[in-house]
Every structure is written in C-alpha cells, then in structure tokens.
Design a protein around this ligand. Structure first.
Ligand code: GDP
Ligand code: MG
Length: 728
C-alpha cells in the first residue's frame, strides 16, 4: 500500500522547491482532470511507496478560484493519508489562515515552517514547540531552498499518515458560533464522512453552495441549518462567512502573539527594497523592462553574432535539417531502393515539415531558459505588477503581458507561458488573444506586401503591429462583457518575494518541461499535418488520370483552392489571385512562413527569398491595394499555425474551448478584412457599392455595439459556476 502525501500551501511558499527536493527527478507533470491547473506528482526519493502531490497554491479553501476548488476537491474526495502544509515563515499570519482550514478536514496535518533561513536572517524567532501545542499538529522548521530539515518534515508526515489516533481538531470559534456548528454537525451526522464533519459544518455555515449540493439534506434540515445561521448572524451582526473569517484571524492572532517573536523592525531598506525602488518606479519601470526584454530577445532570437538561440536555430535549419538529416535519409532511402513516392513522402513531407518545426528548438530553449531565470530570481513578479496597472483597463491582468510579449517571437511559447496566469478566465482570454500578435513567421507576409504592393512602406509594417495590438484590446473589451469572461481580472494579491540568486536546477527543469512539450508536438501534430499537406501538394488529376504532379497548378491543393476561393470573395480576393490566395491561406496553417513560400511556388518563381522579392512584380499586378491589405490583415489575425493550435489545445485542455478560440480568431479576421476591403475600397474608389458594402456596414455597427454595450454584471458564485462548467 502506498502512502499519499499532499503538499499544500499559499502561492510562493516554496511548495515546488520542496517537491523537487523530495522527489528528485521522479515526477510527472500534467493537468488536473479537465482543467489546466498544473498537476505534479512524484515518488519520494529512496522510498517508492510514498507518493507526493504538489497541490496548486491557494490562500484558502473557499471556492473563489479554480485552484481552490481543485485543491479542496482533491483533499475532500481523495482523502490523502497526510497533508504536509508548507507555511512561509516570513508571512506566518497569512499562511496560518490556510493551516487552520486544513486542520478542519480531519486529515493529519504536519506544518513545515519554510524560509527559516530568511526568518533567522531577519532576527525573528518562531517557537515551534508552542505552535505545535496550540495548533494540535506537529510543527517543524525547514528551508526548502537550502534543503534543511526536509527529511525530518517528510518523516513526520509519514508518521502522521500512519497514526491511528485522529489529530485533535483546532477550533477557532467563539461559543456562539461553536453552538451553531454543533447543531449543524448533529443534523449532518451520518450523511458525511465522520472525520470531515467539522469541515462540512463550517462550509454549510458559510452557505457554500457547492458543499450544500454535496450533502444530502431534506428541506427541513436545510431550514433548521438556515435558522441557526441566522441566529448567529443577528447576534453578531455580520454575515456568516465574515464571522468565520474574522474569528479565524482572531484565533491566529493569538497564536502568533504567543509563538512568534519579531525583531522590532528598524526603518532600514533591504537590498531587495532598494532594487524595487528603481525597478518598479512609476517612470523607470517600463523602460527598464523594455531594455531587459530586448536583451532576452537579442540573446534568444536576435540576429546572428550576439544570439546563441539564432546560432543554434541557423545550425539546426541549415546544417542539421538542411544537410545532415536529408542527406542521411537520402543515402538510406537510396540504399534500400525505396519507391520514389515513399521517398518523397519521407523527404519532402516528413523531414521537411518536422525539421522546420524542430529547427526552432534552440531558440525556444534559450528563450525559456532566460525567462525561467527572470521568473526564479523574482523579477517576473515585478513585471506583472507593473503591467497590471495598464492591462486592467481592458480586462486583462498584468500577467497576460508576458505571453503577448513572448508571442512576438513565436506564438507557441507565448501560449504556453500563459501557464503562469492563475485565474482560469484570464488565462483563456490570454490564450485566445496571443495569436493576434504578429509572430516572427508572419513578418515575411508583411514584408512581401509592404514591398510588392505598398512600395516598401514601413508604415504598413508598423500598422500590422498596431492591428495585432488593437485586436487584443478589442477582444479583451468585447469578451469581458460576456458571462463566461465577466468579472474583474484576478485581484492582484501577488507579493513580491525578495530577489535572490535563481536555483539552477529549478531553472533547467522549467526550461526542459516547456521545451519538451514543444518537441513532442513536432512528433505528433506537425507530423500528421505535414503528411496531409505533402499529399495535397504532390498529387492531382492530370491527363485524365490521378497521380503525382510536377506542376503545382494541377495539384489537389490547387483544385481545393479553386473550389474554396468563393469563401473569400467578400474580402476582395477575386480574379486570378483568388485561388492562389486561398491556397496560401491553407498552407499558412502549417506555418505562416508557408504563405510567402506558396506564392513563390504558385507564381512559378521556384525558391524565393524570405520577403519574396522575386515575385513582387507579379503579386503587384494581381493584387489591388485594398485586396492586398485585406489579405494581409486576414493572415495576421486568422487561425494560427498547427503548432500554435496544438499549444492552444494543450493549454485549454478542452476541445470546445479550443474550437471556440480558433473559430473566434478566424471569424474576427474575416470580419475585419471584409470591413477593410469593402469600406476602404469604397472610400478609395476601387470597390463599387454592392451588397457586401451593406454587410460591411452592418458588421461594423455590430462591432461597435459589442464594444460599447453594457456587459454582464457578475456575482461571485456565478463566475465560478461558469468556470467549472467551462472546464468540464
Ligand atoms: P510555490 O509557489 O509554493 O511552488 O513556491 P516555489 O517553490 O516556486 O518558491 C517560491 C520562491 O521562494 C522561489 O523563488 C524559491 O526559490 C524561494 N524559496 C523556496 N523555499 C525557500 C527557502 O527555504 N528559503 C528561501 N530563501 N527561499 C525559498
Ligand atoms: Mg509551485
């Protein structure tokens, strides 16, 4: 029989650090069933029968966030043998708030007071013996970072797990509340697990709807419970939830006064405070951040001489996947006398497609590494804090900034870095908007049209960026008015941990976790789509028969383009360019670089430079100015490439939401491109008034309405209900 031990604690209390130290490399990372909250489990080093689970960081066991619901469902339903509660010793009062709730669950709790190195450095003293006596559970001191005392802590947890006796329940309540709780306990006795009876009584007293549904109560019971709650509320003149909260804090206040001796604080700024005075300064914060991120980007994705990442990617593209692998595969195929069709599938389909994706891995790893460094030393917490002031205005939280920023390089890591956003609906919205930011692969599209049609106007290129950012803002405003996204962005309770030297192990582990999931996708989604596209591009009907075609104009893909070109008629993709633009749109789903590449092939120029210089003349002849602009907008905003779609799927962890996100982006792109072509064209005298002019006007009106209408006003319970339903 294995022993399950859950690590529980506030965000940033050091859970993950402890988890990594206890499990070493023997851990699994995934999602909690149905939701994207990170799930980590692992086996204790040297003791295979002890299973450790890192619960999401939470401040309480109320149902105010997905993390809280996930954690408490796990604790109540799975009933692990023991809870190792990590308490941040430098913030002991706030951390004990969760501890007192955990103690009501009837699961043995061991409290590990973490960050003792900092506590001691501050000159504070925590009397663990006394604390243990008052809380009624074992208490021990640790430093997860320095690996001090962690063996003792886990030993205590294992002992507690095997303990026959139930731990004494810590009771925070005054006599009045106590009486009401006892009455509720009498009513629900036999209907819930005996060990958890106090927990249920407290939650029913707080009128927690979700818990009320879990207990089988008759109407009469419900009435009796409501009466005893109201009696207390009347007597203490407060609502029941606040009563519980304030009594808990009162009890904790007493304990802390007894057990913690704080060194009187001298008004002296720590080094961290001094750094923060500059780094989070109202004026300097943003420029400093821009400089740091510029540095990160230069190293990860900048131009060659300074950038380790680009050096790696160039090597991977030009040498590894440009020569070694294709040549190796070629030699191998030749030696086996493989059929040319199969050979083409392997070379032009699989090696080319998968190789193109894997080529990004070096840049990706360098970027992830640098971001993990910034995260671990404490700087990212400051960035979220700085950006929150700005982002809150259009419904995103400060934490959405990082994904958007990363997405200027590549949407895939951008979407993946939305992981750091705790609130479910903020995370979803961030995932949906990240793809609007013009990524590196969309640059060639911009370059092509700016060069071919607009005479190299740098204004056009800049406007492409502005359109991406405007799309993010417009989406934020529109979606916030719908029920599923309504509500303030998560309250910003982030605390700024002191700066410290990042742990190399932690950083490397994070880098690898994120990098690996990118690599895995190349083996699945990209592989499959490369094969399909290769088939469509290589086969077709010629001379009355079906077979491989040399001329791309006759491939299945070209047929498909001609058959589907009508879809884009309202966007002004008409005439000879219509089917080519349609085909390019579809190949763009593989990777956005493919758009320009496809034009190169379809305009018969063979291999083209990044910005498609060779075909500028032909493109300019085919595209009117507005049609070119409508095409560019559509490519910038529509469904992202397969790799990014895969990332969306993984981060949403839900098919419906994935489809919604991709559908929304595509519809949004279509609407904007249509409005721009029809109305812009009319103004410039290129397009005549037609039925789609009216459609464009109606769509524009609808867009303005969605932006300006008064949205749904949520109450707290409703928001969480939607979150959970969405998560199913
Ligand atoms: P989680 O959010 O609870 O998983 O917390 P993490 O394990 O990510 O830790 C938050 C931060 O606190 C990290 O930067 C850790 O390096 C740091 N940290 C964790 N434990 C200790 C400790 O014992 N002492 C000090 N000084 N820092 C710690
Ligand atoms: Mg963690």
């Amino acid at each position: 029989m294995s022993i399950n031990i859950a690590l529980a604690g506030n965000p940033n209390c050091g859970k993950t650090t402890l988890f990594n130290a206890l499990t070493g490399s023997r851990q699994r990372v995934g999602n909690w069933p149905g939701v994207t909250v990170e799930k980590k489990e692992g086996v204790l080093k040297g003791q295979a029968d002890v299973l450790i689970r890192d619960l999401p960081g939470i401040y309480s066991l109320s149902p105010y966030s997905l993390e809280e619901v996930v954690s408490r469902n796990y604790l109540v339903n799975e009933h692990p043998e023991a809870i190792l509660n990590i308490v941040d010793g430098t913030n002991i009062e706030r951390n004990l708030y969760l501890t007192t709730q955990l103690l009501e669950l009837g699961i043995p709790v061991v409290a590990a007071i973490n960050m003792m190195d900092l506590v001691k450095a501050n000159g504070d003293v925590i009397d663990c013996k006394k604390l243990s006596k008052e809380l009624g559970c074992p208490v021990t001191e640790i430093s997860a970072l320095k690996k001090d005392g962690i063996d003792e802590a886990i030993k205590l947890a294992i002992q507690a797990a095997g303990g026959k006796e139930q731990q004494k329940v810590f009771d925070s309540y005054s006599k009045y509340v106590r009486d009401a709780l006892s009455e509720i306990e009498r009513i629900i006795k036999g209907k819930v697990d005996d060990r958890e009876i106090l927990w249920y009584a407290v939650k029913l007293f707080e009128r927690d709807l979700r818990i009320r549904e879990m207990v089988d109560l008759s109407e009469k019971d419900k009435k009796k419970i409501e009466e005893s709650i109201e009696r207390v509320e009347k007597e203490l003149d407060d609502d029941s939830e606040s009563i519980i909260t304030s009594q808990r804090y009162e009890a904790i206040g007493k304990i802390v006064a007894d057990c913690v001796k704080k060194k009187p604080v001298k008004e002296k700024l720590t080094v961290s405070d001094k750094i923060d005075k500059i780094v989070t300064n109202r004026v300097l914060a943003l420029p400093i951040f821009i400089v740091i991120m510029f540095g990160v980007y230069s190293i990860a994705m900048g131009s060659w001489p300074f950038s380790i990442g680009t050096m790696g990617t160039d090597w991977a593209n030009d040498v590894l996947f440009g020569e070694w692998v294709p040549n190796g595969v070629d030699a191998f195929l030749t030696s086996l006398h493989v059929d040319p069709v199969l050979g083409s599938l392997i070379q032009d389909g699989i090696v080319a497609g998968v190789g193109a994706t894997l080529g990004f891995v070096p840049q990706m790893l360098v970027l992830f590494f640098l971001l993990a460094l910034l995260e671990d030393c404490g700087y990212m917490a400051r960035v979220a804090f700085i950006m929150d002031r700005i982002f809150r205005r259009f419904g995103l939280s400060g934490k959405s900034f990082i994904p958007l920023l990363v997405a200027t390089g590549c949407g895939v890591p951008g979407i993946m870095s939305s992981r750091t956003i705790e609130q479910d609906r903020d995370r979803k919205m961030t995932i949906m908007t990240t793809g609007f930011i013009p990524c590196g692969a969309k640059m060639p599209i911009i370059a092509l049209f700016a060069g071919a049609v607009f005479g190299g106007g740098s204004l056009v290129a800049t406007s492409a960026f502005m359109i991406g950012i405007a799309a993010v803002i417009i989406t934020g405003i529109i979606l916030k008015k719908f029920k599923a996204f309504a509500g303030e962005p998560a309250p910003f309770v982030i605390e700024l941990p002191p700066y410290h030297v990042p742990g190399l192990g932690n950083v490397l582990r994070t880098t690898w976790e994120r990098g690996w999931s990118f690599i895995k996708r190349a083996g699945t989604l990209i592989l499959a789509s490369s094969i399909v596209l290769w088939f469509l591009q290589s086969f077709g009907f010629v001379n009355g028969g079906f077979g491989m075609v040399d001329d791309n104009n006759y491939s299945l893909l070209a047929d498909l383009g001609r058959a589907l070109a009508w879809i884009f008629y309202p966007l002004g993709w008409v005439g000879d360019m219509a089917w080519k633009a349609t085909v390019a749109t579809f190949t763009g789903l593989i990777a956005k670089e493919e758009v320009v590449n496809t034009f190169g092939i379809l305009y018969n120029a063979g291999e083209v430079a990044e910005d498609g210089m060779e075909i500028w003349g032909l493109v300019a002849a085919d595209f009117s100015v507005v049609a070119a602009y409508s095409f560019m907008i559509f490519q910038l905003l529509c469904a992202p490439c397969f790799a990014a779609m895969g990332a969306i799927k993984r981060e949403m962890n839900n098919t419906k939401w994935t489809l919604f996100a991709i559908g929304y982006m595509t519809a949004f792109a279509y609407v904007i491109a249509l409005i721009v072509y029809q109305l812009g064209g009319l103004l410039l005298g290129i397009v005549h008034f037609n039925v789609f002019t009216i459609v464009a006007l109606v769509l524009l009106g609808a867009l303005i309405y969605l932006l300006c209408r008064k949205g749904y006003e949520p109450d707290r319970e409703a928001i969480i209900g939607v979150e959970l339903n969405g998560a199913k």
